[in-house]
Ligand binder design. Sequence first.
Ligand SMILES: [Zn+2]
Length: 103
Amino acid sequence: MPTCEHCGYTWTWKESLKKLFTFRPEMVCPSCEEKQYQTQRSKMKSSFLMIVVLLPLLMTTFFDISVALLLGLSPILLVFSMSISPFLMEVSSKEEFIDFFRK
Ligand SMILES: [Zn+2]
């Protein structure tokens, strides 16, 4: 769960989830109203989750999976990844950008 770097407030699951539906880079702390940003590591984890969700779609290209099964599976995966993303979310006071080439 994300913890505010400014006041140490730990976001609730619901507050973190709400952030997922806004596409703004900053997350305003519910406690001190200080702007917080998702960390690079946290963004990477979210991207990874997205890949997990998209994986069944890719699998149809290689395997013979019925569309019905895929349509049934996708919402489950989507809900699953969304409900666990708040646990992977980390925030910091500084804005970071994804840089895949930096070691
Ligand atoms: Zn705060």
